[in-house]
Design a protein around this ligand. Structure first.
Ligand code: NAI
Ligand code: MG
Length: 493
């Protein structure tokens, strides 16, 4: 095995805790384990409601402090660029931590997660001096102007599937608009934000502008959402938790942005480039251990090419989806993030079989030296649209493949979901692609691709996949509010 991670985990826990975690707490709770070895890798403090209060108070104070409030957009941008540079400089360390903590292959963390993190921060650094309002002419005696103001103290709650890039997606626009932040990482992946916290200090942000807490959702997360000094909540995670957060936030009418689950369709038409369709369908569900909110987890293939698609898809799974240790350079699929997720995916394998679908391949536990929460890539066929495995988010290397006859049928079945995050289309017919793209109920559409995601392009869902947009210029709207100022230059009533 080629172990190429430069930072052995044996050295990380102590040093992370000594150097990178300064919030005091009386309680120590085990928050993280390595799901390759099934052994704990570090013990991290879980914040109590009181720790959350300390962080929110700090953010609230920083919001009004001249060192942040009066900082020009240009200088805010400089701080953010510095932070992006520091993240880039420490990329091997950060990628190592996320490989240990999340189980994703090190090479993926290094080549995808970390660049996405510093590129997103850098992109929003560029927006800092471009967030401005409008002048609106009204009547000869009057005019109005608008300005974009920060929302205030922002609570950000992120999941474990992309620990650092999820943080960057939320921190970038929040800082660009001049907010202050308390961010809670997921309890499964608490480590890399501890280092990020140190880099924030090194970059020279005024104290209290950015605050990181670790902890469990029910305690730290809900204390954060309900805190009276929090003005906005931005959340990524499950639809069930999002609904709960929305209810809690409603009590004081907090502004919210939610990015939740999905059951995104991949529609492959008879005229598709089959090789490409197979390649992207595979990536769309099997990358990141299938733990992607936009995973194209329902593949719908037109009848004429259904059989050839199936055999090529099976072949792609067998050749590309190499399961292994996250440090092995040839590994495509590491362990699932936690025992809970592993159990959940296997329970859906059982559900699919009980429902009468055909388990074409995979669905089995897989181990290295008897250890690790790996699951062989799972493909179900003969799936009815009413089945739970077709309707519910599994969040693993788990896909259903069904066939359809007409474009109308494809559209209505693709839209037959409570979710609407992403949708992929494979066709060489331009008009069909545009027709489908317009009618499909999703926040994002990929034509002849899957999982394209770019910090310059808005990201978010419709229906029960979320509220609001992240990334791109649209991401700024989630973190600023418009003030309208009416000016009267005349003397008539
Ligand atoms: P979750 O939605 O419960 O957790 C996500 C974040 O929310 C974590 O930081 C967690 O601590 C926090 N949280 C949980 N309960 C909370 C509460 N009551 N108040 C405030 N914050 C709270 O997701 P979980 O349990 O990790 O995974 C369950 C399922 O959710 C997965 O199987 C998957 O289907 C889905 N999921 C979707 C993600 C996405 O990217 N849309 C990411 C992670 C999970
Ligand atoms: Mg949960």
């Amino acid at each position: 095995m080629n172990s190429f991670g430069p930072h052995p985990i044996e050295r990380l826990p102590v040093w992370i805790q000594r150097q990178y975690f300064s919030v005091k707490s009386t309680r120590i709770t085990e928050l993280t384990a390595c799901f390759r070895t099934e052994k704990p890798i570090a013990t991290v403090q879980a914040a109590s409601a009181q720790d959350v209060d300390t962080a929110v108070q700090a953010a609230s104070k920083a919001l009004k402090h001249p060192s942040w409030k009066l900082l020009s957009g240009t200088d805010r941008g400089k701080l953010m660029s510095k932070l992006a540079d520091l993240i880039e400089k420490r990329k091997e360390l950060l990628a190592s931590i996320d490989a240990w903590d999340n189980g994703k292959p090190y090479k993926v963390a290094l080549s995808e997660d970390i660049p996405e993190t510093f590129n997103t921060i850098r992109y929003y650094a560029g927006w800092c001096d471009k967030v401005s309002g409008q002048t609106i002419n009204t009547t000869p005696e009057k005019f109005a102007y608008t300005s974009r103001q920060p929302i205030g103290v922002v609570a950000q709650i992120i999941p474990w599937n992309y620990p650092l890039s999820m943080a960057a997606w939320k921190l970038g626009p929040a800082l660009a608009c001049g907010n202050t932040v308390v961010l809670k990482a997921a309890e499964q992946t608490p480590l890399s934000i501890l280092v990020l916290g140190q880099l924030v200090k090194e970059a020279g942000f005024p104290p209290g502008v950015l605050n990181f807490v670790n902890g469990f959702g029910q305690e730290a997360g809900s204390a954060l959402v309900q805190h009276p000094l929090v003005d906005k909540v931005a959340f990524t995670g499950s639809t069930a938790t999002a609904k709960h957060i929305m209810t809690m936030a409603a009590k004081s009418l907090k502004n919210i942005t939610l990015e939740t689950g999905g059951k995104s369709p991949m529609v492959v038409f008879n005229d598709a480039d089959l090789e490409q369709a197979v390649k992207w369908s595979h990536l769309g569900i099997m990358s990141n251990q299938g733990q992607i909110c936009t995973a194209t987890s329902r593949i719908l293939v037109q009848n004429e090419i259904y059989n050839s698609f199936l055999s090529k898809f099976k072949e792609a799974v067998s050749t590309v989806s190499k399961i292994g240790d996250q440090w092995d350079e040839s590994t495509y699929q590491g362990p699932q993030v936690s025992k809970a997720q592993y159990d959940r995916i296997l329970s859906y394998v059982q559900i699919g079989q009980d429902e009468g679908a055909k388990l074409l391949m995979g669905g089995q536990p897989w181990r290295i030296d008897g250890k690790g929460y790996f699951i062989t890539p799972t493909v179900f066929t003969e799936v009815a649209d009413s089945m739970r495995i077709y309707r519910e988010e599994v969040f693993g290397p788990f896909v259903t493949i069904s066939s359809f006859k007409t474009e109308e049928e494809a559209l209505s079945r693709a839209n037959d979901s409570t979710y609407g995050l992403g949708a992929a289309l494979f066709t060489e017919n331009l008009s069909k692609a545009h027709r489908m793209a317009a009618e499909i109920e999703s926040g994002m559409v990929w034509v002849n691709s899957s999982q394209d995601c770019d910090f310059r392009v808005p990201f978010g869902g419709v229906k029960q996949s979320g509220i609001g947009r992240e990334l791109g210029e649209a991401g700024l709207e989630a973190y600023s509010q418009i003030k309208a100022v009416h000016i009267n230059m005349g003397n008539k009533l």
